[in-house]
Design a protein around this ligand. Structure first.
Ligand SMILES: [Zn+2]
Length: 117
């Protein structure tokens, strides 16, 4: 009797005729870190609010993190906001030599209070 084992091993042969590179397993993505302008702690970007100065010089809040322009980051914390406002950190970071309108600060504070609640 001939042993019945099939030893040709063809069943798992890779096609590979396109010569595609083997996909690498995705590396764990490192979260970009940013420094809060209120408390100075480094946190994940996603844990911070981005305040952005557009190329036109307009200050606004960026909840998507995708607005163009220069950004400053703040924790979702009214305390950090107040510290940053008191020390004029937003100006220092985004509008050196100019001032940030109170309306921007007020909007920001409102948003943070919402998040705090
Ligand atoms: Zn903070």
């Amino acid at each position: 009797m001939i042993p019945s084992g099939n030893r040709t091993g063809r069943c798992h042969k890779m096609p590979g005729k396109n010569g595609e590179p083997v996909k690498q397993p995705l590396k764990p993505k490192k979260f970009p870190e940013r420094k809060c302008i209120g408390c100075g702690e480094r946190k994940k970007k996603t844990d911070l609010i981005r305040i952005v100065r557009s190329p036109e010089g307009e200050i606004s809040l960026d909840f998507t993190g995708r607005k163009p322009g220069r950004g400053a980051y703040l924790c979702h914390s009214v305390a950090c906001f107040r510290a940053a406002r008191k020390a004029h950190r937003i100006e220092q970071n985004l509008t050196p030599g100019a001032s940030v309108p109170d309306a921007v600060y007020d909007t920001l504070e409102e948003e943070l209070k919402k998040n705090d609640a």
